[in-house]
Ligand binder design. Structure first.
Ligand SMILES: [Zn+2]
Length: 299
């Protein structure tokens, strides 16, 4: 059989399928620039592309490892699990979705909560996991964040939240929306106690989480290129029927417009957080600590 007729006889799609079929875990395609990146190199760069700087989405466990001092993280509030208060069914049962998310992530909620040290400083930490139903906030996430915030007040330590989420969890209806008020109220108590909340926003931070605790940081840090907003750009464009400006709802755009304080590359994220913790802590040189002092005096 000559080559031409062999090519014609081939089933369509075989070549493409083979091309895409790269061994999982060895190589990843960068969604930013299309470059194929070796897994080991990605890991060295904390899952950011060395060519274009794109930040890949990572799990809560990886953020924990990147941000906290080795071996210092103690997981807290592990016993809370979602129930299905509405008996919600869309294309699948909510209970089945929960079960699949538990299997996929090895955790039983969309947020990892605990205490940890960062640069030697103790803090309470909540890290959302996008792999668990899109990091959506249901009753359990709201309750865990509220309880963790209360622990931060009792222990008199700062709170750090890291968000990566699609927003409120629709399968829990109004109960999930109530978590916005609950977390916000508890954060107001943290504020009244003169304690620091650092809110980190990773890609994407949207919906009810943006409209509550993720935007209530005393200092808000975002990862480069992160989409941050309440409603998505498509919904807004369709509603106002106007072209949106370039870079709309991206971290850099939001910093330019005063919504966030810093855009920090993941490789610099820990040192940036530690700097902020140092700056607001009580035990540093008081003469430099003007902001901290102003804070304690309630100014
Ligand atoms: Zn890239």
């Amino acid at each position: 059989m000559d080559q031409v007729s062999w090519l014609k006889r081939r089933k369509p799609g075989i070549k493409d399928a083979k091309k895409r079929d790269m061994p999982d875990g060895l190589w990843r395609k960068c969604e930013g620039c299309g470059e194929i990146v070796y897994h080991k190199e990605l890991e060295r760069n904390l899952w950011t592309c060395s060519k274009c700087g794109s930040h890949f989405r990572i799990t809560a466990d990886k953020y924990r490892d990147i941000l906290t001092d080795e071996g210092s993280f103690v997981e807290l509030l592990t016993g809370l699990e979602s129930i299905d208060p509405l008996g919600f069914v869309d294309s699948k049962k909510y209970t089945d979705r929960l079960e699949a998310a538990r299997k996929k992530t090895g955790r039983n909620s969309a947020v990892l909560t605990g205490s940890a040290r960062l640069g030697g400083r103790l803090a309470m930490m909540a890290i959302l996991d996008f792999n668990f139903l899109g990091g959506s906030m249901g009753s359990v996430m709201g309750e865990k964040i509220a309880r963790l915030t209360r622990m931060a007040i009792e222990e008199h330590v700062p709170l750090i939240t890291l968000s990566s989420t699609g927003g409120a969890r629709m399968q829990e209806g109004i109960l999930s929306l109530m978590q916005m008020a609950k977390t916000s109220a508890m954060l107001a108590r943290l504020h009244d106690a003169g304690l620091l909340h650092i809110a980190i926003q990773a890609h994407p931070t949207t919906g009810g989480v943006t409209a509550s605790f993720a935007s209530l940081g005393d200092v808000i840090i975002a990862e480069p290129g992160a989409l941050i907003g309440f409603a998505g750009p498509r919904v807004i464009q369709q509603t106002i029927r106007e072209e949106l400006p370039e870079g709309f709802q991206r971290a850099e755009f939001l910093m330019e417009h005063g919504m966030i304080d810093m855009v920090v590359h993941r490789k610099e994220l820990k040192s940036a957080v530690v700097k902020v913790l140092d700056f607001f802590s009580d035990d540093r040189d008081r003469s430099e600590d003007t902001l901290g002092q102003a804070r304690r005096q309630g100014l």
